[in-house]
Ligand binder design. Structure first.
Ligand code: 13P
Length: 254
């Protein structure tokens, strides 16, 4: 019942020309895939160009961030409405790089979630523990806090367009993927938490993506885990062939 989502987070990579090349390399390689919701998240400056390129295809557009206010004196920021206007259907919020490098709090992330829900944009809501937090056995406390505060006062009907991305910080860009068991354990915990905070139906329907060094070589077994509903891919989404292979994953019987 949960359609898998594979999303590529291009982070701060690709000029306009490079973004065009990447997307035109990707489109034909995933065109036949109707079983997966495919999303790409380029930098702000490439959104318009990528939106044009994917028009009529099975690929959707996401932004990597937003500001929670609709307009005003907020130099350098971009609002949810403008992202919708340029063709985005999703926005990533709460990425660990925003939390760590730009000091984003759970409160700010929660206000972004509300602002996005208010304009009807889909949300890719990222959470995840650091290595130190994992080693000191705080993983579940951290995930609980991030989910409770990040989703505060978000209604059940608004949860329908929200996807959770579990991205352990120690696995991002390190080549050190969480094991299938570690991913499944965290995802099952998050789903149980959603049952507590909402209800069984919402928890069952909410997709939980795994992110952190997802590659063509490990996607199949990760996607075979019962609570892994997709992937949020960084580095490997920058190469059309690699990303296409991830989109066209082959879940294995576990
Ligand atoms: P990598 O796939 O490069 O580890 O990045 C994961 C990520 O942060 C996606 O948002």
């Amino acid at each position: 019942m949960r359609k898998p989502m594979i999303a590529g987070n291009w982070k701060l990579h690709k000029t306009l020309q490079e973004a065009s090349d990447l997307i035109s390399g990707l489109i034909p390689n995933v065109a036949d895939n109707r079983n997966v919701e495919i999303v790409v998240a380029p930098v702000y400056t490439s959104l318009g160009k990528v939106a044009e390129a994917i028009s009529g295809s099975n690929i959707k557009l996401a932004a990597q961030n937003c500001y929670p206010e609709p307009q005003g004196a907020f130099t350098g920021e971009v609002s949810p409405l403008l992202l919708k206007d340029v063709g985005c259907q999703y926005v990533i919020i709460g990425h660990s790089e925003r939390r760590q490098l730009f000091g984003e709090s759970n409160k700010l992330i929660n206000s972004k979630a509300h602002a996005l829900a208010d304009v009807g944009l889909g949300i890719i809501f990222c959470i995840g523990e650091t290595l130190e937090e994992r080693e000191t056995e705080q993983t579940f406390d951290v995930l609980r806090r991030q989910v409770r505060l990040g989703l505060k006062n978000l209604r059940e009907d608004q949860m329908k367009s929200l996807v959770v991305a579990y991205e352990p910080v120690w696995a991002i860009g390190t080549g050190k993927t969480a094991s299938d068991e570690q991913a499944q354990e965290a995802h099952a915990f998050i789903r149980a938490l959603l049952t507590e905070l909402y209800d069984k139906e919402t928890a069952k329907a909410t997709r939980i993506l795994y992110g952190g060094s997802v590659k063509p070589g490990n996607v199949d077994s990760l996607m075979s885990q019962p609570d892994v509903d997709g992937a949020l891919v960084g580095g490997a989404s920058l190469k059309a062939d690699d990303f296409a292979r991830i989109v066209n994953f082959q879940a294995q019987d576990s």
